[in-house]
Design a protein around this ligand. Structure first.
Ligand SMILES: [Fe+2]
Ligand SMILES: [Fe+2]
Length: 179
């Protein structure tokens, strides 16, 4: 992160803190979706649980890695920075769907899909910045996590697509078990 922080340390910490807030929320989203699917006992949907658990663990790793980076840069992970407030506001609607009593499977995955689109875009932005700043280490670390986000996004997209094919086209579809 050395090259990146030469430009504006506070802004880099702000961006990472916003990401941390989102990833932390992401873990809670996955936990809630997993718990709700278990309770629904739909055999087709139980097949996706293993994959969701893996992605939940990856979001947890993202959260922990970001917290470590912020501390190493001299930041405080408990501070509500500008981007923390923004990412929290942005993810509020998604949390409304997934964390409350809504048990409609399409609603849950549609909201998770929206979360992963934002998740993906934010890591992509960090990668573009690291690239522009010529920060090879940061670039490598961001790229690794963006690759994981690509899988999360692809999987959510596939589930939403199959649920839509089932409900709109009346097709007998199987849920994906991997992206
Ligand atoms: Fe993530
Ligand atoms: Fe993700």
């Amino acid at each position: 992160m050395k090259q990146l922080i030469k430009h504006n340390r506070a802004k880099v910490i702000d961006l990472l803190a916003g990401r941390l807030a989102f990833e932390r929320a992401g873990v809670r989203l996955y936990d809630a979706v997993i718990a709700k699917l278990r309770a629904l006992r739909d055999p087709g949907l139980l097949l996706v649980l293993g994959q969701l658990q893996d992605y939940r663990d990856e979001e947890k790793e993202h959260e922990e890695w970001l917290a470590t980076q912020i501390r190493e840069l001299g930041g405080d992970t408990s501070v509500e920075t500008d981007m923390v407030r923004l990412e929290t506001r942005e993810s509020r609607g998604i949390g409304d769907v997934i964390l409350d009593g809504d048990n409609d499977v399409m609603h849950l995955f549609h909201a998770l899909y929206a979360a992963e689109l934002a998740d993906n875009a934010s890591w992509d932005l960090l990668l573009a910045l690291a690239d522009e700043a010529g920060d090879r280490d940061a670039k490598k670390a961001f790229k690794r996590r963006l690759r994981e986000e690509d899988k999360h996004l692809g999987f959510a997209r596939q589930v939403v697509e199959r649920l839509a094919r089932r409900s709109v086209l009346g097709e007998d579809v199987e849920m994906p078990t991997h992206p």
